[in-house]
Design a protein around this ligand. Structure first.
Ligand code: MEV
Length: 302
């Protein structure tokens, strides 16, 4: 018998970095998935088939914590497949969530979403040492969520029909390095950085209201202000900024980097009729368009 589970990738809409310091964020799950197939092994050892993942640390940590928590020792066969690529769409959290969910189904252990969050977040922290857990929550719940650090609050929002264009900067971001660089800034200029985070938190609240009201014009404006604060934190790059400016000039309602910064992706909020212009402008600025949509689907047994 085997169990297959899928978990979606994610995009941070607002609250990047500030969420590590207790402020809220807005995150969207996307219609690109990572799947984990789990079965019992005939042999003495675990078997892993992970053609798209060169780094198995999150998978191994997820299995270890699952075994410790449920006192299960049987060897397993795990196969993973991924549509998430190396774009910073949350493959580490997706593989962690999908693995723990698949094992809980395989070994008939009931697990609530909250328990799945706690165990998965513990696994991610054991590997990365830091993080807010927003990506884990997104992989579990799907859709657009308002998330407060460590899953203290997870609120589902409407608006999955929001039109986004995603551009990859061609550089893989190092999340741990970027979070540490912000930590360094916080040590040097605590009151300035706290103020930036308070301003970002304020924008997140406004963004949440705009999403609830489907007021995309206001949301676009908030994304633009948000980018200014991320530039103040020193996590933006000239390439991301060129892509963001190009998107805005081509008629996007707003644009900002998404996630840790230092590379990965930018997002542009658009009206549907501007899609082609904005995509072309981002490509002209050197970005690679990633075709995806926001999805309401969270972790799922297939
Ligand atoms: C990374 O995608 C987003 C950060 O806020 C880190 C985190 O929340 O775990 C920089």
């Amino acid at each position: 018998m085997s169990i297959t589970v899928s978990a979606p990738g994610k995009l941070m809409l607002m609250g990047d970095h500030a969420v590590v310091y207790g402020r809220p964020c807005l995150v969207a799950a996307v219609d690109k998935y990572l799947t984990v197939k789990a079965g019992l092994s005939d042999g003495q050892n675990d078997v892993f088939v992970t053609p798209k993942e060169s780094n198995q640390t999150f998978l191994l940590q997820a299995i270890k914590l699952f075994r410790e928590h449920y006192l299960i020792k049987e060897p397993v066969v795990i196969e993973t497949e991924s549509e998430l690529g190396n774009y910073g769409l949350g493959s580490s959290s997706a593989v962690t969530v999908a693995t723990i969910k698949a094992l809980s189904e395989l070994f008939k252990q009931k697990i609530t979403d909250r328990e799945l969050f706690d165990l998965s977040f513990k696994a991610v922290l054991a590997v990365q040492g830091l993080g807010s857990g927003f990506d884990v929550a997104s992989a579990i719940y799907g859709g657009i969520i308002y998330f407060v650090s460590k899953g203290e609050m997870v609120e589902r929002l409407p608006g999955v029909e929001m039109n986004l264009v995603i551009g990859y900067s061609g550089i893989k971001a190092d999340t741990v390095k970027m979070v540490k660089s912000v930590e360094e800034k916080m040590k040097q200029y605590p009151s300035a950085v706290e103020k930036i985070f308070d301003n970002i938190a304020d924008l997140v609240e406004k963004g949440k209201k705009a999403i609830n009201e489907k007021d995309w014009f206001s949301l676009g404006k908030y994304l633009n202000y948000h980018q200014d604060y991320l530039e103040d934190l020193g996590i933006s790059t000239p390439k991301l900024e060129a892509m963001i400016t190009a998107a805005r000039d081509a008629g996007a309602l707003g644009a900002k980097l998404s996630g840790a910064g230092g590379g990965d992706c930018m997002i542009a909020l658009i009206c549907a009729e501007k899609k082609v212009e904005v995509k072309n402008a981002i490509e002209k600025a050197g970005g690679e368009i990633i075709d995806l949509k926001i999805s309401s689907e969270g972790v799922k047994v297939l």
